[in-house]
Design a protein around this ligand. Structure first.
Ligand code: KG4
Ligand code: ZN
Length: 334
């Protein structure tokens, strides 16, 4: 029996989880409300909130799992990438725990963990599979050959998909993070009503900065003619923005599947919680006879369960870190 305890603190969620033999026993997440009024995550406030949250979050995750601290075989933590101050809180805590329990440490790459969140459910993709990882900081197409061997075959040249949602929402006067609100309003709107620019980017890469500019100019023009344009057309605008973002993402994922011949496809990351993306992703896979996998909702946005499952596979591979390991804002995909 292998029991992994994991901590995630790369951005604005403090989370701890326990996984035993690949099954998640607990996954507790504390969201930080403090950033809402600033329209984005304030790094310094995030680090402070992590410091306040970490002890109670760890306590709750251990209690909910039903295990005792001495049952833990290894401690996994998010080492990179992310906000350095936030990462430091989680990594220092993990190191202290490792030292006091005399258990090994496992350093986890946050984006690889988003991909491996697809291995939590009973029905798992088989290797090799493709994963579209879409979050507030990243947009990548990953080719996973095994749990330890992953390659980024496409990525964004500017904004991430989550940023495209959040920045569009900001232009509409919606609070941060706007992605879930665009999703909600889009469900009531007509996605074909307004047509936003489609980027012409080569290979499997993405770009979202042109879309943001196209939305900005569109709104400036329309609100000049009618100051209440946004309020009157909010649902259709949201549906049209979401339609374009989803379309950009899936076009490239489809191209990647056709190029590689891989028929097992996954999505992961915060934006994979988007209902329009989930629906169109499943439809695309059905039409092409590809198998579609989406992690349960709570494993899509930042969570420690995905760190725990990645830690489990690293444990099996004997991939441990020592106490000299340090958190890092950026990281290569070794
Ligand atoms: O993976 P995540 O929780 O954190 C990062 O590592 O960035 O992703 C957060 C991003 C935010 O940009 C948020 O707006 C977006 O995911 N997001 C959504 C939805 N839920 C979260 N975007 C669109 N529709 C959603 N339902
Ligand atoms: Zn993330």
């Amino acid at each position: 029996m292998i029991t992994i305890f994991a901590i995630e603190s790369s951005c604005d969620e403090t989370s701890a989880a326990v996984c035993r033999d690949g099954k998640i026993l607990s996954n507790f997440i504390a969201n930080q409300k403090v950033h809402e009024k600033y329209g984005g995550v304030v790094p310094e406030l995030a680090s402070r909130a992590h410091m306040q949250n970490i002890v109670p979050v760890v306590d709750i995750a251990i209690k909910q799992s039903g295990i005792q601290l001495q049952d833990i075989d290894a401690i996994a933590f998010t080492q990179a990438p992310g906000l350095i101050g936030s990462l430091l809180v989680g990594s220092q805590f993990a190191k202290s725990l490792s030292l006091s329990l005399d258990k090994p440490l496992i350093a986890v790459h946050h984006m690889q963990a988003h991909v491996l969140a697809n291995l939590i459910a009973d029905e798992k993709p088989s290797f090799p599979f493709l994963c579209l990882t879409v979050s507030g900081g990243h947009t990548q197409i990953v080719l996973a050959r095994s749990a330890g061997e992953m390659e980024v075959i496409g990525e964004t040249l500017d904004d991430a998909a989550g940023e495209a949602f959040d920045k569009s929402a900001k232009l509409l006067g919606l609070p941060y993070p706007g992605g879930p609100l665009i999703d909600k309003y889009a469900q009531e709107g007509n996605p074909k009503r307004f047509v936003f620019a489609e980027p012409q980017i080569e290979r499997l890469d993405f770009s979202f900065s042109g879309l943001k500019t196209s939305i900005l100019y569109f709104l400036q023009k329309e609100t000049k003619a009618d100051t209440e344009f946004i309020q009157k057309n909010l649902f259709d605008i949201c549906a049209s923005i979401q339609y374009r973002i989803v379309n950009i993402l899936l076009k490239k994922l489809k191209r990647a599947a056709l190029q590689t011949g891989i028929k097992e496809l996954c999505i992961a990351g915060g934006v994979s919680a988007n209902s329009g993306l989930r629906k169109s992703f499943k439809e695309m896979c059905d039409q092409n006879n590809w198998k579609a996998f989406i992690p349960p909702f709570e494993y899509c946005t930042d969570n420690a369960a995905m760190i725990a499952i990645t830690g489990y596979y690293k444990y099996l591979a004997g991939d441990f870190a020592d106490l000299s390991v340090s958190a890092s804002a950026r990281a290569a995909w070794k």
